[in-house]
Design a protein around this ligand. Structure first.
Ligand SMILES: Nc1ncnc2c1ncn2[C@@H]1O[C@H](COP(=O)(O)OP(=O)(O)OP(=O)(O)O)[C@@H](O)[C@H]1O
Length: 375
C-alpha cells in the first residue's frame, strides 16, 4: 500500500481487508474471436489509486467492466475485498460493494442531487441517509447544491455528484471510467484534484481508467499500461516514466526519441557523443538503442555543428525544439521559457549531465547486458 495518510480517514470503508481490495487474476475476455483482455493480473491495495492507461481499444473499459461485474470473464478470477465475485462463483454488480463513476456522469435527470445520491443508500437505515448525503456532498464541496437537478449543474459539478454518489455507500473500491474526459482542460485539472482529494480523505481505493498520460502519472499511486488487452507494465509513475519496460511503454508515456547507440566497456555513445556511463556493463561491446526524453537533451548554439534546429513549438513555460541531426534522425529538446533558437540555427546537441537514459535491445528495455553480450 502506498497511501501516505497518517490519521484515520473520514468515512473509511468498514472492515479492514488484509490483502488487496480488488484483485484480478488471469482475467481473459473475448468478444467473438476478438480478445479484449488477455490474462490480466492486477491488484489494488487498500487506499491505493491505480490508473489504467493504454491506446484506444486496448481493453481498459472492458477491464473495469469485468471488475464491476458488468462483464463476465471467459476465464480467470476477480476478487473484491478478498471475496471471489467472478470465477468459481458469480456476484452481480449491485452486490460487489464497488462504486462506479462514468465519463457521462450517468445521473438521473429527474432526481435532484440528494435523491441521486440516496439511490445507492438502500441498505442504510432511513434515519441515517440524510446525514450521509450531507457528508458526501460536503466532501466533494457541494454541500449547498443538494436540491438542484443535474441540468442545473455545470459539468464539473455533475462529475463531483457522481463521485459523491459512488462514495456514499462506502464501497470497498471505486471504479472510474474516463471520469474527466467530458470536461474541458482547465476544469479537468480542477475536478481531478478534487476527486483525488475526496478519495484520499475517505481512504478509498480506486481504479481509474484514462487515456491521458498526465492524468495517469499524476493521479495514480501506481499505473498499469495496457496494449492489445495485455498489461505491459505496472509500476509507480516514476518507475514507468523513467524505467519503461519497452519501446511501446516509453513512447506511450511521454515524448521519446530513439537513437542507435553502442556500449563499450560501460561507456554509452551515440551520434551526439558520450551519453553516459552504464555501471554493470564492463567488458561489453554491444549495439543498442538509447531513448532520450526532451528534458534530457541539451542544446548550445554552435556555428560549426551539422545538427540544425528544424522546428520550434512554443508551450508557454517551455519551448520544444525539434533538431535534425547530421544523420537525418531527429531529437527533441525542452528549452526554458525565453530560450528560442530559430529554425536553421546550428546547435551542438548533448545529453544533460546526470541523465540515466534507457537502453533498448530490440523492442525491450534492458538494465543489464543481455546474456552473451560480454566479451
Ligand atoms: N460489447 C462489445 N462487443 C464487441 N466488441 C467489443 C465490445 N466492447 C468492447 N469491444 C472491443 O473490445 C476491445 C476493447 O474495448 P474497450 O472499450 O475495453 O477499449 P478501451 O481501451 O476502453 O478503448 P477506448 O479508450 O477507445 O475507450 C475493442 O477492440 C472493442 O472494439
Amino acid at each position: 500500500m502506498t497511501s501516505t495518510r497518517t490519521s484515520a480517514p473520514v468515512g473509511a470503508p468498514t472492515g479492514p481487508p488484509a490483502g488487496p481490495v480488488l484483485a484480478l487474476s488471469g482475467v481473459t475476455k473475448s468478444y467473438g474471436s476478438h480478445p479484449a483482455v488477455c490474462g490480466v493480473d492486477l491488484a489494488v491495495s487498500p487506499g491505493e489509486v491505480v490508473t489504467v492507461i493504454g491506446p484506444s481499444g486496448c481493453g481498459k473499459s472492458t477491464l473495469l467492466r469485468l471488475a464491476a461485474g458488468l462483464e463476465r470473464p471467459d476465464s480467470g478470477e476477480v476478487r473484491v475485498g478478498g471475496r471471489v465475485v467472478a470465477g468459481s462463483t458469480w456476484v452481480p454488480p449491485e452486490r460487489r460493494r464497488v462504486g462506479m463513476v462514468f465519463q457521462d456522469h450517468a445521473l438521473f435527470p429527474h432526481l435532484d442531487v440528494a435523491h441521486n445520491i440516496a439511490f445507492g443508500l438502500d441498505e442504510l437505515p432511513r434515519s441515517q441517509r440524510a446525514g450521509r448525503i450531507a457528508e458526501v456532498l460536503e466532501l466533494v464541496g457541494l454541500g449547498h447544491l443538494g436540491q438542484r437537478h443535474p441540468h442545473e449543474l455545470s459539468g464539473g459539478e455533475q462529475q463531483r455528484v457522481a463521485l459523491a454518489r459512488a462514495l456514499a455507500p462506502r464501497p470497498t473500491v471505486v471504479l472510474l471510467d474516463e471520469p474527466f474526459s467530458s470536461l474541458d482542460a482547465n476544469l479537468r485539472t480542477q475536478v481531478r484534484t478534487q476527486t483525488l482529494a475526496a478519495l484520499r480523505e475517505t481512504g478509498s481505493a480506486a481504479m481509474v481508467v484514462t487515456h491521458d498520460q498526465t492524468e495517469a502519472l499524476s493521479m495514480g499511486d501506481r499505473l498499469a499500461v495496457l496494449k492489445d488487452g495485455v498489461v505491459r507494465q505496472v509500476g509507480t509513475p516514476s518507475e514507468v516514466y523513467e524505467s519503461p519496460s519497452s519501446r511501446f511503454v516509453a513512447s506511450f508515456m511521454g515524448d521519446a526519441d530513439f537513437l542507435p547507440a553502442h556500449v563499450r566497456d560501460a561507456l554509452l555513445t551515440c551520434e551526439i557523443g558520450v551519453v553516459s556511463t552504464v555501471p554493470g556493463w564492463g567488458h561489453t561491446d554491444l549495439d543498442v538503442e538509447v531513448m532520450l526524453r526532451p528534458h534530457e537533451v541539451a542544446l548550445r548554439v554552435d556555428g560549426t555543428s551539422h545538427d540544425v534546429v528544424e522546428r520550434v513549438e512554443y508551450h508557454g513555460a517551455f519551448v520544444l525544439h525539434h533538431v535534425r541531426l547530421a544523420s537525418g534522425r531527429s531529437v527533441r529538446s525542452w528549452q526554458q521559457h525565453g530560450v528560442q533558437h530559430a529554425p536553421g540555427t546550428p546547435v551542438a546537441v548533448s545529453v544533460v549531465p546526470g541523465s540515466r537514459p534507457v537502453l533498448l535491445v530490440g523492442e525491450d528495455a534492458v538494465s543489464a547486458p543481455p546474456v552473451g553480450a560480454r566479451r
